[in-house]
Design a protein around this ligand. Structure first.
Ligand code: PMP
Length: 290
């Protein structure tokens, strides 16, 4: 926290921290993996770039530089002997003002790292949410600002109350956008499509999948996707740093394809794990070894 290693039980903020009152924080979620050459952080530079982009968009000054945070991420993984891990850097307005506008409140910085296994333990039954995704008309778009995730929590809660595993959110125009914390891909006639970055976070897992799919000869591209197209897809999956690749087997109670993980999804998953675990030399440029 703010440049010092703090023991887990002492990693505290004041109850009137501005970020706690109003969600005035920006954050990243980063995955580290055990590889045969040691622990490696996947796309660390890209995640940190996005963290600074989120902070700048929010008018928040981060006290440390990107290279300093990069060093800190590696150091905290090492110190905690983490292999497969989840790293959460955050910059947040701390204690200082109870008013909504964070005038003269310093932005603190913290990085936490925890061992990580799997997020979803099963294939997903998904429901379309009644809550719309934020747009550029209601918030800054394409950034990870904590307060924006109230929208995600509402969608997730609604889905779970109705007995589903996860929500799919539409944008304000009615097009398919993304999950509450993950991007969507659909597969139709051997082609892979994902909603354009106008209505979904430009996720790094999404970007990784677009690149590796095209390299594998599978045509993968951005497209405005209507709800009916998603419902009639041959295959669908969610993807994100936390959940990696999670097959969707039904949408609003209607089976997607055969209602099981499809062949294209399987192929992409196989390649994805080769890439993140450093088994495919071609993509080792994305690994930052600890
Ligand atoms: N959409 C949202 C809203 C998210 O919070 C996330 C997680 N960062 C994603 C998509 C997936 O992005 P990434 O693959 O970079 O984790």
């Amino acid at each position: 926290m703010n440049g010092k290693f703090i023991k887990w039980n002492n990693a505290k903020v004041h109850v009137l921290a501005h970020a706690l009152l109003y969600g005035s924080a920006v954050f990243e979620g980063i995955h580290s993996y055990k590889t045969e050459n040691g622990t490696a952080v996947f796309r660390l530079d890209d995640h940190l770039r996005r963290l600074f982009h989120s902070a700048r968009s929010f008018g928040m000054d981060v006290k440390f530089s990107e290279p300093q945070l990069k060093k800190a991420v590696k150091a905290i993984i090492k110190k905690n002997s983490i292999n497969d891990g989840y790293i959460r850097p955050m910059a947040y307005y701390g204690y200082g003002s109870i008013g909504v506008y964070p005038a003269n409140v310093p932005a603190d910085i913290a990085i936490a790292a925890i061992p990580w296994k799997k997020y979803f333990s099963k294939n997903l039954n998904v429901v379309v949410s009644k809550y719309l995704r934020h747009s550029e008309k209601s918030s800054i778009f394409g950034v990870k600002i904590s307060g924006n995730y109230a929208n995600s929590i509402l969608a997730m809660r609604d889905a779970r109350i109705k007995g589903y595993d996860e929500a799919l959110m539409l944008d304000y125009r009615g097009y398919v956008a993304e999950g509450p914390a993950e991007n969507l891909f659909i597969v139709k006639s051997g082609k892979m499509m994902t909603p354009g970055s106008r209505s979904a976070l430009h996720g790094l897992t999404r970007d990784t999948i677009l690149k590796i799919s095209n390299d594998m000869g599978i045509n993968a591209f951005e497209k405005e996707i209507k709800l009916n197209e998603a419902k009639n897809a041959d295959e669908a999956f969610f993807c994100g740093t936390m959940m990696e690749i999670a097959p969707i087997i039904s949408l609003n109670g209607k089976k997607i394809g055969k209602g099981e993980i499809g062949p294209v999804t399987k192929k992409i998953m196989g390649k994805f794990y080769d890439v993140v675990r450093g088994r495919d030399k071609k993509y080792r440029k994305w690994l930052a070894y600890v």
